[in-house]
Design a binder for this molecule. Structure first.
Ligand SMILES: *[C@@H]1O[C@H](CO)[C@@H](O)[C@H](O)[C@H]1NC(C)=O
Ligand SMILES: *[C@@H]1O[C@H](CO)[C@@H](O)[C@H](O)[C@H]1NC(C)=O
Ligand SMILES: *[C@@H]1O[C@H](CO)[C@@H](O)[C@H](O)[C@H]1NC(C)=O
Ligand SMILES: *[C@@H]1O[C@H](CO)[C@@H](O)[C@H](O)[C@H]1NC(C)=O
Ligand SMILES: *[C@@H]1O[C@H](CO)[C@@H](O)[C@H](O)[C@H]1NC(C)=O
Ligand SMILES: *[C@@H]1O[C@H](CO)[C@@H](O)[C@H](O)[C@H]1NC(C)=O
Ligand SMILES: *[C@@H]1O[C@H](CO)[C@@H](O)[C@H](O)[C@H]1NC(C)=O
Ligand SMILES: *[C@@H]1O[C@H](CO)[C@@H](O)[C@H](O)[C@H]1NC(C)=O
Ligand SMILES: *[C@@H]1O[C@H](CO)[C@@H](O)[C@H](O)[C@H]1NC(C)=O
Ligand SMILES: *[C@@H]1O[C@H](CO)[C@@H](O)[C@H](O)[C@H]1NC(C)=O
Ligand SMILES: *[C@@H]1O[C@H](CO)[C@@H](O)[C@H](O)[C@H]1NC(C)=O
Ligand SMILES: *[C@@H]1O[C@H](CO)[C@@H](O)[C@H](O)[C@H]1NC(C)=O
Length: 642
């Protein structure tokens, strides 16, 4: 009874719709065919959406939107990333994109982005039949071939998102006709050739991102005509020549990424104050830019984040740097910048990070820097600062927590005032200086310290007992000093030790002599342990087997003896094991055959004997991994005598 009623109602509805000429269910036979061809091109759809495309009522199919009045298909919405009220998941389609989609002549939106496995080419005729197309999303697929020249015939196209495919060829000149285009994303493809001059016609474009391709030639000066541009990313290409002067006409640009190119030449903008007044993000790093940072750079008043690292820039920083009061991050490392840091830097009250490492900057540091009350990270490493001593006012920078002063010519004792600073010090890198005296025990009171690097100085003392309170220490690098005494403290968890967060310990090239018996007592998360080139004596304890996160263990050049403990075979994450130049005796444990990740092994110059366990990875190492022992034999050395 119910069943019959349903049938009758359905029939009446069909008649009603036919009667008004208004059906929301069926689409034209042309469009039905186009959608079926698309479906037939797809071999696999993990979302199951296409499997439900059955019957004639294609306007009701999942992912299809029709115009109510005409029943023409206006949208295909089948993105790979699906979010429902309760769920978020990534689906995939595998198969060829059918050229039949160009039969959907009323379509406005095609969203087939992020389906991972959609392959084939963008249909040649896409521009000829889709006059209403506004959004074309094909990003995150496996498409190859060029962008068809016909793309320029889509007068309503606003968004073209083709990034993250395997598209190639050059960017078609015809793109310049896409007057409505707002976002143009081609990054992470294999495009080559030049940036077409016609890009300058795209006066409504807000975002142009072509990074990570193989584009060559100059940046066309017409780029300056894209008056609405907010974000420009040309990084990771093979672009050359100078940055065109007319870029200065981009008065509303807020993001400019030109990094990782082969751009050469100087930074020519802005030519006068007031230009590029909205430029917020400027990334030119990893190029081969030469010349000075121009004085007018100080007129880019909206700049917030700037990276000019890894170029060949030279000369002094512009003296009006302090104009850039919105700056929060300034990366200038690895150039040939010289002279002193200008006093005006003290005006950059929003500055959070300043990295000018690896330049030719000279001292002294301007005291005005002490007013950088928001500065958290300061990297001055490897310049010509020759500071002799760290200026006292550094302790007045109340946010400073990551201090990188490597290779700054600092002499004398580690200054006390780090102890009194208000800021929570998390990183203290004073490596490659001329520091002498002892490691002060107040370092143990820096209770947020994560990294301590005092390597390559002339420090002579024990590791102070107070280090036990460094609960957050993750990286401890004290290599190449004249430190003595015991290393036990670093491992001894019983007595309140170092929190257990240590991942990286380099105490090599010192004169430590005792404490090896505590190894493995505490943390089990250590990934690198380098104790080489010390005077360590005794035997390896079985507790070393607990360090099962170790990737690198270097105990070479010590005076360690006795047998290699069988538990070393528990360290199955080991990639490098260096035990050469000690006094180890006995056989190589058979369990070493379990160390399948081992890429480097050195047991040379010990007193080991017996057969090298036969099998991978042990037999793959060169002879010099085993040479200079008392009586080792078997592959790769000569066969054992029976
Ligand atoms: C089309 O019809 C659906 C369902 O009746 C309705 O939700 C939608 O708002 C209509 N769209 C337009 C543009 O009229
Ligand atoms: C991408 O397409 C190529 C052939 O064009 C095919 O070999 C490869 O398996 C495809 N990759 C994916 C993820 O579908
Ligand atoms: C686009 O730009 C080119 C070169 O700048 C110019 O010759 C051409 O007339 C422009 N085309 C349109 C449609 O504006
Ligand atoms: C840039 O602006 C100047 C005037 O401010 C104008 O003369 C010049 O033609 C513009 N350049 C471009 C490429 O638009
Ligand atoms: C500063 O820049 C250099 C080189 O680009 C980099 O290696 C270093 O990690 C940076 N320092 C900080 C604190 O980010
Ligand atoms: C570094 O500074 C010290 C003391 O200020 C001075 O004696 C020394 O000559 C300087 N070294 C260099 C290389 O400039
Ligand atoms: C640090 O700040 C305090 C208080 O603001 C001030 O008295 C002192 O002179 C400053 N020290 C240095 C070295 O600038
Ligand atoms: C400590 O500083 C030295 C010299 O500057 C550097 O080579 C080393 O990588 C640093 N250690 C860590 C763990 O970053
Ligand atoms: C370590 O001690 C030895 C003497 O035991 C001494 O000859 C050597 O110079 C010291 N090494 C360092 C780096 O201080
Ligand atoms: C351990 O330290 C020594 C001396 O500082 C160094 O030569 C060696 O390369 C380091 N070992 C590893 C595996 O990094
Ligand atoms: C080494 O591994 C064996 C078996 O996986 C386990 O029984 C033993 O406790 C481990 N030894 C150490 C010292 O962690
Ligand atoms: C092992 O160490 C010895 C001595 O330090 C060295 O001569 C040899 O080249 C090293 N062999 C390998 C494979 O690292």
């Amino acid at each position: 009874m119910d069943f019959q009623l349903v049938q009758i109602v359905a029939l009446l509805m069909v008649i009603a719709f036919r009667g008004t000429g208004w059906t929301i269910e069926a689409c034209s036979s042309n469009e039905l065919e186009a959608l079926m061809s698309f479906k037939n091109g797809i071999q696999k759809d993990t979302s199951g959406r296409l499997a439900k495309w059955v019957g004639q009522s294609c306007c009701k199919w999942e992912g299809i939107v029709c115009d109510n009045a005409t029943s023409r298909v206006t949208q295909i919405n089948l993105p790979g990333f699906i979010s429902t009220d309760t769920d978020l998941f990534q689906s995939q389609m595998k198969g060829l994109i059918s050229p039949s989609i160009t039969l959907l002549t009323s379509i406005e939106i095609i969203d087939l982005g992020g389906l991972v496995g959609l392959s084939g080419t963008i249909p040649q005729t896409i521009g000829l039949h889709l006059p209403k197309l506004q959004k074309l999303y094909l990003y995150g697929n496996n498409l190859s071939g060029p962008i068809p020249e016909s793309i320029g015939e889509l007068p309503n196209l606003q968004e073209l998102a083709l990034q993250e495919n395997r598209l190639s060829g050059s960017i078609p000149m015809s793109l310049g006709s896409l007057k409505s285009l707002k976002r143009f994303l081609l990054y992470s493809n294999q495009f080559s050739g030049i940036l077409p001059v016609s890009l300058g016609n795209l006066t409504n474009l807000l975002e142009l991102d072509v990074h990570d391709n193989a584009l060559t030639g100059n940046i066309p000066s017409s780029v300056g005509e894209m008056q609405a541009l907010k974000k420009l990313d040309l990084s990771n290409n093979l672009l050359s020549g100078k940055i065109p002067f007319s870029l200065t006409n981009l008065t509303v640009i807020s993001v400019l990424y030109l990094n990782n190119n082969h751009l050469e030449g100087t930074i020519p903008f802005p030519s006068r104050s007031g230009e590029m007044s909205s430029l917020g993000f400027l990334r030119l790093h990893d190029n081969i830019l030469v010349g000075n940072i121009p004085y007018n750079f100080g007129y880019l008043l909206s700049l917030q984040r700037v990276s000019l690292s890894n170029n060949k820039l030279e000369g002094a920083l512009p003296s009006n740097l302090g104009n850039l009061v919105s700056l929060t991050e300034l990366y200038l490392s690895s150039n040939f910048l010289s002279d002193q840091i200008p006093k005006s830097i003290g005006q950059l009250s929003q500055l959070i990070l300043f990295n000018i490492s690896r330049n030719l900057i000279e001292g002294p540091l301007p005291q005005e820097m002490s007013s950088l009350q928001n500065l958290q990270t300061l990297d001055l490493s490897f310049n010509r600062l020759n500071l002799s001593s760290i200026p006292k006012w550094i302790a007045n920078m109340s946010s400073l927590s990551n201090i990188y002063f490597a290779g700054c010519g600092i002499q004398g004792q580690i200054p006390e005032f780090f102890q009194t600073t208000n800021s929570p010090i998390q990183v203290l890198d004073l490596s490659v200086n001329l520091l002498s005296g002892s490691i002060p025990s107040w370092i143990g009171s820096l209770n947020q310290l994560y990294m301590l690097n005092l390597s390559r100085n002339f420090l002579y003392s024990d590791i102070p007992d107070s280090f036990k309170s460094l609960q957050d220490l993750g990286v401890l690098d004290l290599h190449s000093n004249r430190l003595t005494g015991s290393i036990a403290l670093v491992f001894d968890i019983e007595h309140g030790i170092l929190g257990g967060s240590l991942k990286f310990i380099d105490l090599s090239d010192n004169n430590f002599s005792s404490g090896i018996e505590e190894i493995g007592g505490g943390q089990c998360d250590i990934q690198l342990l380098n104790l080489s080139h010390n005077l360590l004596q005794g035997r390896l304890p079985n507790s070393i087997g607990r360090l099962n996160s170790l990737n690198i263990l270097d105990l070479s050049f010590n005076e360690l003896g006795s047998n290699l403990p069988e538990v070393l075979a528990n360290l199955t994450s080991l990639e490098r094991l260096k035990l050469q130049e000690n006094h180890f005796t006995g056989k190589i444990p058979y369990g070493f055959l379990k160390l399948l990740k081992l890429k480097e092994l050195n047991l040379s110059n010990n007193h080991l004997e017996g057969e090298i366990p036969e099998g991978k990875p042990l037999t793959d190492f060169p002879e010099s991994s085993y040479s200079g022992n008392k009586g080792l034999c078997g592959k790769p050395l000569s066969p054992c005598k029976l």
